[in-house]
Design a protein around this ligand. Structure first.
Ligand SMILES: [Zn+2]
Length: 185
C-alpha cells in the first residue's frame, strides 16, 4: 500500500524536499496515479473483489469527529472561549439585540456564533449543553443562548440533561463548513 498526501488548496504554502514524492499538489495527481499504475502492474484483486471492497468501505465510513482538545490532552477549560470577530480576529464579541458587536473594532455581525460552534465541533466535540454554550459563546443569559442555538442551522436539540438544561448536537462537515479557517493560514 502506498500513501499519498494531496494538497488541494492552490494557496497552500508547501515546502517539500525534492526527493519526497508522497506529498504533491492536486494538479499532479493524475500523473502520479499513472506512475503508480505502471509501477504496480500485477493485479492482486479481481474487479469483482475491488467492487466488494468499495462497498465495504462506503458502508463502514463514519464521519470524523475530531475532538482535537481531548486527543491532545488539552482540557476544554484551558481553551480561550468567546465569539470571535472575523474582522479583527479578536475574541469576546458581545451579544446585543440579536447582533454581535466587537468591542475592539466596533464591527457588527449577525452570525459570528456559527463560527464559534463550528470551532467547538472541531476542538471539543459534537454535543454542547446550554451552560457550556453560554461559556463558549460568551453569552450571559441562558434564554438568549437557547434562542441563538435554536435558530442556528446544523444545531439540534438532543434532549434534556439531568439538571434540566438542554443538550444540543452540532452537525458540521469538514468539506463544507470550514472555509473560514483559510483566513488564519
Ligand atoms: Zn473586531
Amino acid at each position: 500500500m502506498r500513501h499519498l498526501v494531496v494538497f488541494t488548496h492552490p494557496a497552500a504554502n508547501l515546502k517539500v524536499p525534492s526527493n519526497e514524492t508522497r506529498i504533491i499538489r492536486a494538479h499532479k495527481l493524475s500523473e502520479r496515479v499513472d506512475q503508480l499504475e505502471n509501477h504496480f502492474n500485477n493485479d492482486i484483486l479481481t474487479l469483482r473483489q475491488m467492487h466488494g471492497l468499495e462497498g465495504i468501505m462506503k458502508k463502514e465510513h463514519t464521519p470524523l469527529i475530531p475532538n482535537i482538545a481531548g486527543r491532545t490532552g488539552i482540557e476544554a477549560s484551558h481553551l480561550s472561549s468567546g465569539t470571535m470577530c472575523m474582522n479583527c480576529k479578536q475574541l469576546g464579541m458581545i451579544r446585543y439585540n440579536g447582533w454581535w458587536r466587537c468591542l475592539n473594532c466596533g464591527k457588527r455581525a449577525r452570525y459570528a456564533h456559527e463560527y464559534a460552534l463550528r470551532d467547538h465541533f472541531l476542538l471539543i466535540g459534537d454535543t454542547i449543553s446550554t451552560s457550556s454554550a453560554m461559556w463558549w459563546l460568551g453569552i450571559e443569559s441562558g434564554s438568549s443562548t437557547r434562542k441563538v442555538l435554536g435558530a442556528t442551522s446544523g444545531v439540534q436539540i438532543l434532549g434534556k440533561l439531568k439538571h434540566g438544561e438542554n443538550l444540543y448536537s452540532l452537525n458540521y462537515k469538514h468539506n463544507t463548513h470550514y472555509e473560514y479557517l483559510e483566513e488564519f493560514f
